[in-house]
Design a binder for this molecule. Structure first.
Ligand SMILES: NC(=O)c1ccc[n+]([C@@H]2O[C@H](COP(=O)([O-])OP(=O)(O)OC[C@H]3O[C@@H](n4cnc5c(N)ncnc54)[C@H](OP(=O)(O)O)[C@@H]3O)[C@@H](O)[C@H]2O)c1
Length: 349
């Protein structure tokens, strides 16, 4: 069944990805695009500074941008895809949730009681919180969030290992693309020929969101997974695609083959249900000694697969290291919300 959708923040980095990706998925029909007051009333093409490598989709090019106000969007919208600046997201998403299902990219609602934070292959059962959220707030709609871009890629690789083995500790060092900060986020004079060893709040988000995603729902709350997880986050001069170096110490005595096999064989509910936006393989294991690389591997599975390589023993007991690459604005943002919406559509509507 085709679902009508609206995109909030439609002119931004993530908003443009929504427009590009949604136009390629036949189950979704874009009926409204919204942005700030400065863009409202303009044709989409005139308001946006388009940065995607495919042209603006025909069906959106002439659309008039509306204000970010629930009264300005069509009544027959099924999903509102939101990619709003963090400071706006809390009140605006709540206002839209009175009537619509909001698929949110902002961090502000991710850890709240009754609001599911979901990766469809990892914790689809957390979506059961949607009903409670509607009842408690007296809303017809609800808010469903997807994690931070670097957390999504990491957690997709941890999930199959976590289900099979016991982690003594996990540490991760990221090398994150500039698109993750939005178009105006990182000035070129700051990042070209450089690396910035700080991304505000990112390390805390990775540490808390990962444990939350691997936790169990208990009413409107989540009992988080319990293992030490340490993140160090860096911004690098790559346009798209986050790279992460992961190190895990296990309780069990396992091998590189065990890890590679577990990651390659991993499938989740979206694959079982054959959702059209789901990659065939959520995690792809590469054997070359110099892969994955962001430019070569970010588009794996149409940007929805995470590529893992260099799985190897570490010098400490029962410890292993690997490198991963995930597309931050596809699997890490717009694509994550779209897959959440496809799963909700399949299971709940
Ligand atoms: N980039 C990523 O990889 C990524 C990944 C995960 C999550 N996120 C999150 O997604 C959100 C959006 O990020 P982004 O990178 O797309 O940011 P961005 O490129 O700066 O885009 C911001 C969007 O919000 C709109 N906007 C700004 N002020 C507004 C207002 N007062 N009222 C209504 N709309 C307003 C802008 O419209 P105008 O063009 O009209 O100003 C634009 O469409 C953020 O919360 C971010 O943390 C981003």
């Amino acid at each position: 069944m085709v679902r009508n959708v609206c995109v909030l923040g439609a002119t931004g980095m993530v908003g443009q990805r929504f427009i590009q990706l949604l136009s390629q998925v036949p189950d979704f029909n874009i009926v409204n695009v919204a942005a700030s007051e400065k863009s409202a009333g303009k044709r989409y093409e005139d308001a946006v500074t388009w940065h995607q490598t495919t042209p603006i989709p025909e069906e959106v090019r002439d659309m008039r941008i509306v204000n970010t106000n629930p009264d300005e969007i069509s009544d027959d919208v099924d999903f509102v895809f939101a990619s709003l600046p963090a400071q706006l997201a809390e009140p605006v998403e709540a206002a839209f949730a009175e009537k619509y299902i909001v698929a949110s990219n902002a961090s502000v609602n991710r850890m709240k009681e009754n609001i599911p934070l979901v990766i469809p292959e990892v914790n689809p059962e957390h979506l059961e919180m949607m009903e409670l959220q509607k009842d408690i707030n007296g809303w017809d709609g609800c808010i469903v969030t997807n994690p931070n871009c670097s957390t999504i890629a990491l957690t997709l690789t941890l999930k199959p290992l976590f289900d099979k083995y016991t982690f003594k500790r996990v540490s991760v060092t990221t090398m994150q693309a500039v698109s993750g900060a939005g178009y105006n986020g990182v000035p070129s004079m700051g990042i070209v020929d450089n690396l910035i060893p700080y991304i505000g709040g990112e390390e805390e988000k990775m540490q808390s969101e990962t444990l939350h995603l691997l936790g169990k729902v208990n009413g409107g709350l989540v009992d988080r997974a319990n293992f030490p997880l340490s993140a160090s986050c860096n911004r690098v001069a790559v346009v798209d695609g986050h790279t992460e170096s992961v190190s895990i110490e296990f309780e069990e005595d396992i091998t590189v083959d065990d890890i590679e096999k577990t990651l390659s064989e991993f499938r989740g509910l979206p694959q079982e249900r054959n959702l059209s936006f789901a990659p065939k393989q959520p995690v792809i294991v590469r054997k070359e000694e110099d892969r994955p690389q962001p430019r070569m591997d970010r588009d794996a599975g149409h940007g929805m697969s995470v590529s893992v390589g260099r799985v190897r023993e570490d010098v400490f007991d029962n410890s292993f290291k690997y490198t991963l690459v995930g597309h931050n604005t596809i699997r890490g943002a717009a694509g994550a919300s779209i897959l959440n919406a496809q799963l909700i559509s399949e299971l709940y509507l």
